[in-house]
Design a protein. Structure first.
Length: 296
């Protein structure tokens, strides 16, 4: 069966990112980083809701009950889906005007790993932090540029991580008891002609799904061998991230960007910035963990 993508929302985002399946609401959340928008689409009605947060927002993580944890410019914020109010939980390099959160995920203990980067992608200004449930912050990696896709193997012995401009997915040995990493080795190298590796998710077979910024595609790779297994073309040049969705986690949602495109590129890819839906990726995903903030 051919795997194809369709436009779910004609969002025309400047920098669509961080797709997140909310199982209880049966909806998809995602952001437009540069516009400072949190967005939601109900899968049953295709109704779209937007919240203007007034600052760059890059990351959506599930919190407790009807709470979302957001990575923003300035730090982590709590967003209540009931009151629709935001509360600053934790500043992350908030004293530096050009720093913002980027991608991240929670491990099975509910600890949040989140990247912070320069808003203009200045070289070596990025870091990866671990935020524990008591909001204690530990720097895990430094001297990064665009800290991006981050997932764990099913047994939590490996952590996969992308610093986009290196074109490399690194594999680290992961200590789930301590939340620490060692022995970073290159697992996948994305060829230049395929674009830049951006956001990433993992399926139930342990294969990595990597969005290709500048590559107009989502790609599936074997991290044990570094082999490219599958390409799904997307009618947008800058593909930024993907997540599994649906009650069985057997669908794929893909975010894209319209930024940094010439007039010719926009003419060729007029759907850039839209939110895409892939009905038959051929494999199921793994449910992400929520942030376990104390008291929870």
């Amino acid at each position: 069966m051919e795997t194809t993508s369709i436009t779910l929302v004609s969002a025309q985002n400047a920098l669509g990112e961080s797709p997140f399946w909310h199982a209880r609401r049966k909806s998809i959340f995602w952001v437009d980083i540069e516009a400072g928008l949190l967005q939601e689409v109900m899968l049953s009605t295709k109704k779209v809701i937007q919240w203007d947060l007034g600052r760059r927002v890059s990351l959506i993580i599930e919190g407790k009950e009807d709470e979302l944890i957001l990575g923003t410019q300035g730090g982590l914020m709590s967003f209540s889906l009931n009151s629709q109010l935001t509360t600053l939980l934790l500043p992350l390099e908030g004293n530096l005007a050009d720093r913002r959160c980027n991608d991240g995920h929670c491990d099975s203990k509910g600890r949040l790993f989140v990247g912070v980067m320069d808003a203009h992608c200045a070289d070596g200004c990025g870091s990866l932090y671990r935020v524990d449930g008591n909001l204690r912050v530990t720097k895990i990696l430094s001297q990064l540029t665009i800290p991006n896709g981050l997932v764990w193997s099913a047994d939590y012995t490996k952590m996969y991580f992308i610093d986009t401009l290196t074109r490399i997915v690194k594999c680290f040995d992961y200590n789930i008891a301590e939340g620490t990493i060692v022995n970073g080795q290159a697992a996948i190298t994305v060829p230049e002609e395929m674009g830049l590796p951006d956001g990433m998710t993992i399926d139930e077979e342990g294969m990595l799904w990597i969005a290709l910024y500048g590559g107009a595609a989502v790609s599936r790779w074997n991290p044990e061998t570094g082999q490219l297994l599958k390409i799904i073309n997307i009618p947008a040049l800058h593909v930024t991230n993907c997540c599994f969705a649906g009650e069985n986690l057997d669908q794929l949602i893909v975010t894209t960007a319209s930024e940094n495109l010439s007039a010719d590129q926009l003419e060729r890819y007029p759907q850039s910035g839209n939110l895409f839906f892939i009905k038959n990726p051929g494999v199921k995903g793994i449910k992400p963990f929520a942030f376990k903030r104390e008291p929870y």
